[in-house]
Design a protein around this ligand. Sequence first.
Ligand code: HEM
Ligand code: HEM
Ligand code: SF4
Ligand code: SF4
Length: 397
Amino acid sequence: MQTLEDLTREAITLANGHSVPAQAAPLSDSVLEVSRQMMICNGCRYCEGFCAVFPAMTRRLEFGASDIHYLANLCHNCGACLHACQYAPPHEFMINVPRAMAEVRKDTYTAYAWPSRFGVLYKNNGLWIAIALAIGLTLFLQMTANFLNGANALTLDLSNFYSIYPHNMLVSIFLPIFAFVMLSLSLGVKSFLTDIQQATGAQGASPVAVANASHDALKLKYLDGGHGEGCNNEDDAFSKLRKYFHHLTFYGFMLCLAATSVATLYHYIFGWQAPYVWTSLPKLLGISGGLSLSAGCVGLFVLNMRRHELHGDPTQKQMDIGFIFLLFLTSTTGLLLASSHESSSMPLLLSLHLGAVMALFLTLPYGKFAHGIFRLAALIRFETEKRLPSNIGLSGE
Ligand code: HEM
Ligand code: HEM
Ligand code: SF4
Ligand code: SF4
């Protein structure tokens, strides 16, 4: 009886007119699965115009581990090639590119995590998010309770959160965590880039390549399915909703970070102490960012719940939903805190907000947040590679 592998080889040989080369080195199951699917896609090429993955694929006849790591992070999980594919399940070729790519993506986050032993946190990410949240909330609720029960409680000013957590105390708690997040993410993506550079040409990225890749990432060009109508979610219909809700989430997050940065400048350069008036720049940035982030998270959550069962990797649902939940919790507790001045709920809301921020920061380098940075790195390599002569036959390992 013919195995699935035999059938696949036959299909590739028929479509490509050449036989399937044997793999040079042992590859992981997830990488082998993408490699198998890419061999078939390379013969079919129906989805050529959908996204960056297919043009990058056609430059290759063989797929080594580095090629697959690169392609997996180029994939935006838009679902267009799943819904268009005549070989998708229940067809015996079982082609499901977005799922196979998602599995490899998680493996790359795990493999390139820094420090490497923390890579395991991607595997059971829901548990890690729950632990981080328990740490953050317990720490701040306990510290607030200690403050309110202690002699210092007499200094409590319900219009000023610094009366509970002085500015320097907040800086000494959050700055080291933030610095660690930055270091960990930078070293992780550096290792990933070193890996995929072999497969995408030795050249460094030009400013044009970086600018084009950033433009495509900021616009989420590859959530458009190649025709500008948007991506697939629950069925064959195209929709731009996922892209728009992601924009609300992404730009809302950036506005919140901008609000915190401007407030830091006000504090250290001008000596202007928070809380600021409603019409001040930090407040305007923070309120608009918080509303945008909360709305984006609700939309992404609903779309995620409705997504087609074959679309994406089901084992990563907890990572996606956990990240959406943490972003939502951080933004809504921030908004409630900002509107709680003079109210007796301020200490509780402050503890909840700071606990949520801590959980978010602790999980940033070992959770869904990695997707943005790894995708940007892959897009930069794509913009670099496409300016080189075709590297068919020069596949990296
Ligand atoms: C360094 C970590 C952070 C600290 C110490 C912090 C602290 C605070 C404080 C004290 C407020 C109340 C401001 C006021 O009432 O004037 C606030 C508000 C807020 N925070 Fe945070 N926060 C941090 C990070 C974040 C992050 C990462 C987000 C979102 C991703 C966020 C979202 C918000 C929002 C939406 C508000 C309400 C709008 C505003 O007042 O600016 N915060 N935060
Ligand atoms: C270079 C920047 C970024 C790019 C290119 C990007 C791209 C994408 C893409 C293509 C998806 C859908 C596929 C998937 O689930 O992986 C996605 C999902 C998501 N992104 Fe981003 N992203 C970026 C940055 C961010 C940032 C900064 C945030 C928020 C802090 C964010 C929040 C999310 C969330 C919550 C999801 C999950 C949505 C779902 O389950 O469908 N992204 N991103
Ligand atoms: S996903 Fe299916 S339709 Fe698209 S190129 Fe691959 S085999 Fe062809
Ligand atoms: S899911 Fe979308 S982005 Fe990923 S390979 Fe298919 S068409 Fe390209």
